[in-house]
Design a protein around this ligand. Structure first.
Ligand code: PLP
Length: 380
């Protein structure tokens, strides 16, 4: 019997390859995007408390009410935008599930979906599984800016969805208000929805403010805003994310979510709800990560790597043209084996593996790991 392959373009992801190689070789792992330090013990204590209090059965399909309410409250305080916790807020098992449910809710076979690349790796397989057609807008270094006339040309009668990600993985670039205005201009008279992946909403540097699509009046009602507590509270292993969207979009989203996971882990939702009570816990993130970014940049300042400081996220891209003309994939493997520093080649984020000789390093690591990695890279 021949097993049909629904995702023929997908093999083992680079994240698995690099992390496995880092483990085998004992390399410093700056490849995969997860914190190399633990979350606040106050947060795990809250989980313990809720587990002992017997909150261990299925949560409601939409998420526990107190978490939806606190998230709506936080969103209103932060962005001045209100979402109804009952009809417009859904807690899911990670941003990845939210992206899957949102894309599945709107994409029909043959629909075109605009994807800015380099792109986070789950977008295109999700579009493919729904029979959608990815239409790529290629962003290039050093600034990865969006040329809105190119986007305008890419839009057709079959365009149904545009995928947005700000702050951006892997480039660390953040959209400006002007980007939102340009997007609004293009979609306002068309039947186009938006998925806005904003998992790094709290990680912006040098005084920047996050431009959430929800804050734009034209965009708010046509956007699935996707977030993740994993990135905000250093708990990527808990896989808890959420979707904020207008009531009709949320209804469509929940139809999918209920048959993917139905509901999300209960005691963690209660713990996060309690933990959200102190805004300082997420408000200090820009300073926390900016210091780490700067530590990494200072560490490679005298090396032959070149970089534009990341505007947000916990990734720093660096160009290595001055060192070698090897393909980025080969160099990432070689650096892991030879100097013990694992990174991600940015070509993997392009559908045709465009190689601009740039590696992505995750600086969500302890200071000693960042310093040691930078020292090793500086010797090249
Ligand atoms: C841009 C982006 N979106 C989504 C995710 C996935 O988030 P989660 O772990 O909550 O599924 C990640 C994780 O690396 C990411 O970088």
């Amino acid at each position: 019997m021949l097993l049909p392959d629904k995702l023929p373009r997908v093999g083992t992801t680079i994240f698995t390859v690099m992390s496995q190689l880092a483990t085998e070789t004992g390399a410093l792992n700056l490849s995969q995007g997860f914190p190399g330090f633990d979350c606040d013990p106050a947060l795990t204590a809250l989980v313990d408390e809720h587990m002992r209090a017997g909150r261990n059965q299925y949560a409601p399909m939409t998420g526990v009410p107190v978490l939806r309410e606190r998230l709506a409250q936080k969103t209103a305080e932060q962005y001045g935008v209100s979402y109804d916790p009952d009809t417009e807020v859904t807690i899911v098992s990670g941003a990845t599930e939210a992206i899957f449910a949102a894309v599945t809710a709107v994409v029909q076979p043959g629909d075109e979906v605009i994807v800015f690349e380099p792109a986070y790796d789950s977008y295109v397989p999700t579009i493919d599984l729904n029979g959608g057609i990815p239409v790529y807008i290629t962003l290039t270094p050093p600034d990865y800016a969006v040329d809105w006339s190119v986007v305008e040309e890419a839009i057709t009668d079959r365009t149904r969805l545009i995928m947005v990600n700000t702050p951006h993985n892997p480039t660390g670039r953040c959209w400006t208000r002007d980007d939102l205005d340009q997007l609004a201009r293009l979609v306002q008279d068309r039947n186009i929805w938006l998925v806005s992946d904003e998992v790094y909403e709290h990680i912006l540097f040098d005084g920047r403010t996050h431009q959430s699509l929800m804050t734009h009046p034209v965009l708010r009602d046509r956007t699935f805003v996707v977030g993740s507590f994993g990135k905000t509270f250093h708990i990527t292993g808990w896989k808890i994310g959420y979707c904020l969207a207008s009531a009709p979009l949320t209804a469509a989203f929940r139809k999918i979510h209920q048959y993917v996971t139905f509901s999300t882990v209960t005691p963690m939702q209660y713990a996060i709800a309690d933990y959200l009570a102190e805004p300082a816990r997420y408000q200090q993130l820009p300073a926390f990560y900016q210091r780490k970014r700067d530590l990494f940049l200072a560490g490679i300042a005298n090396s032959r790597f070149r970089s534009t400081p990341a505007e947000g996220s916990f990734f720093q891209c660096v160009a290595y043209d001055a060192i070698t003309d090897e393909p980025d994939y080969d160099l990432a493997i070689r650096l892991t084996k030879e100097i013990g520093v694992a990174s991600i080649p940015t070509s993997v984020f392009y559908h045709q593996q465009n190689d601009y000789h740039i590696l992505r390093f995750c600086f969500a690591k302890t200071d000693d790991v960042i310093q040691e990695a930078a020292e090793r890279l500086s010797k090249l």
